[in-house]
Design a protein around this ligand. Structure first.
Ligand code: AMP
Ligand code: MG
Length: 493
């Protein structure tokens, strides 16, 4: 049986206008670029339907199903630290929510679907490049087990969009647990609409944190829970060398999923100062600043929670401050736990922390490739354990690492688990394939300039299995050479 999306519109039926009702603007001649079959099945939507004439019409914005109430959400936000009281979905509409196989609701949103009341001077459209970029990186993040919005489908619109030059247009179907941002709370807090804030917080509890309903102070517990998910998320970014690039408060979801794949990048060589975004002039969102920026963003969210707590403003602020003070502890736990796993270490001790710091210092000094350093160490352990059929990536560490490697092996021997166990752990957390800038760039240029989607499809396919290295795909694992290096990334919106 062919399953069309069985939309619910819970967000669009909230009492407060957290949105404007707006239909997507039709496009001239849509054509399919890619359907994510696995995700479609998970969302209980037939890939056959997405591939059909009707599926294409709905996901290009040319047809609105009877069970869908399209809306564009309003929000505010701090952009590069500057307060902007009115933002919103300027080029996106939410079609509705569907229930997935896990029993949870997921937003189905079109991005690049035309102007909305929040478009300001924008055209509401998206060029092809950013759509392919978001498809590649968001799906890679999902395969790396990092909470993220997903990409269900990409379509070309058959229309041109004017940026610095004329580019082909496209629409991405984005899937998220919800699209409620820190900026959504900020918008209603700035309007002093306490009732709306309460309705929004209740919606978030029901949707993402249902266990908190029973809590004696549900809103304080909600704040703490959002903070903990954010701390874990940023640690997960650091552990794969992901630099978000636009950590504005309107780009941070309270569900704890990564959103907004604009000028983001995975670092090649390890460099804590790494910053790729062409609009981030002062490096506000560089790699090493991501945890403190997340905390800064959460302190903005904390201010919006003051009217929600039952106490006096002063007492509420104290409680929220106490929650904020716990951020570093949560972040450090996830970050160091993850680094221990990346080295196959089970026990976290003062000495193992020191060992990790020494490795990071060596990596920084010798500018080794972040992902390949850990992957190579996995290969070293595979050799020691004589793992059959293990294929090693072609990567060498400088001889300066030799002493460290001996110390690390002694640590592995000293723990109560076997070296095979350590190897298995390392293999499950150290990807051979990450969406490297130069590979994304190559896929985008081929599609945009030569109408050749082969590199895009191939890259998506390789990244769907990031831990399983095979020699045939070795070019996708390699670090870029000097000519291939991409130093700047653009939102291109
Ligand atoms: P971003 O930098 O992607 O987080 O976008 C910031 C704001 O600009 C959001 O409110 C977007 O909806 C809006 N925006 C970005 N690109 C466009 C566009 N092409 N047309 C209209 N609004 C846009
Ligand atoms: Mg955004």
């Amino acid at each position: 049986m062919i399953k069309k999306p069985s939309f619910q519109c819970n967000f669009a039926h909230l009492k407060t206008s957290f949105y404007s009702k707006i239909s997507p603007s039709p496009v001239k001649s849509p054509s399919l670029i890619k359907v994510n079959n696995t995700l479609a099945n998970f969302l209980q939507i037939s890939p056959e339907w997405l591939n059909s004439e009707e599926g294409l019409s709905v996901l290009s914005g040319n047809l609105v199903l009877a069970n869908s109430t399209p809306v564009a959400a309003v929000y505010a936000g701090h952009q590069f630290g500057q307060w902007n009281p009115q933002l919103g979905d300027g080029r996106a509409v939410l079609l509705g929510e569907v229930t997935a196989q896990d029993g949870q609701l997921y937003d189905i949103q079109l991005k690049g679907s035309g102007v909305t009341p929040y478009s300001r001077r924008g055209d509401g459209r998206s060029p092809l490049g950013p759509v392919l970029r978001e498809y590649i990186v968001s799906e890679a993040m999902a395969q790396l087990n990092i909470p993220t919005t997903r990409s269900l489908m990409a379509v070309a619109t058959g229309e041109a969009v004017q940026r610095e030059k004329i580019l082909p247009g496209a629409i991405l179907t984005r899937v998220a647990k919800s699209h409620i941002r820190i900026g959504s709370f900020q918008f209603f807090a700035a309007q002093k609409e306490s009732q709306a804030l309460k309705e929004l917080a209740d919606f978030v509890i029901v949707r993402h944190y249902p266990d908190l309903k029973k809590s004696p102070d549900p809103y304080l517990a909600l704040f703490q829970a959002i903070l903990e998910r954010q701390a874990q998320l940023i640690a997960q970014w650091q552990l794969v060398g992901f630099i978000h690039g636009v950590m504005n408060t309107d780009n941070m979801l309270v569900s704890g999923e990564t959103i907004d794949y604009g000028p983001c990048a995975f670092m090649d060589a390890y460099d804590v100062e790494a910053c790729f975004s062409s609009i981030d002039y002062y490096g506000r969102y560089k790699y090493s600043s991501q945890p403190e920026i997340a905390l800064w963003n959460l302190s903005c969210l904390a201010q919006t929670f003051v009217p929600l707590l039952n106490d006096s403003d002063e007492l509420s602020l104290n409680k929220l401050h106490e929650a904020l003070d716990s951020f570093n502890e949560h972040y450090d736990y996830h970050y160091f736990f993850g680094l221990h796993q990346k080295l196959g270490l089970a026990e976290m001790t003062e000495q193992s922390h020191r060992l990790i710091e020494e490795l990071l210092a060596l990596m920084a000094e010798h500018k080794t490739d972040f992902s390949l350093t850990f992957r190579h160490l996995t290969d070293v352990l595979a050799e020691i354990c004589m793992i059959e059929n293990h294929q090693a990536v072609a990567y060498r560490l400088p001889s300066a690492f030799s002493v460290w490697i001996v110390q690390w092996q002694a640590f592995i021997k000293a723990q109560n688990l076997s070296a095979e166990h350590a190897y298995k752990t390392m293999l499950s957390v150290n990807p051979a394939f990450i969406p490297r800038n130069h590979l994304i760039e190559e896929a985008i240029v081929e599609a945009t300039e030569h109408n050749n989607y082969q590199p895009f499809h191939q890259l998506v396919s390789v990244l769907s299995n990031p831990y399983q290295f095979s020699v045939e795909n070795s070019r996708y694992a390699q670090a870029p050479n000097t000519e291939q290096l991409v130093l700047h990334t653009f939102c291109g919106t």
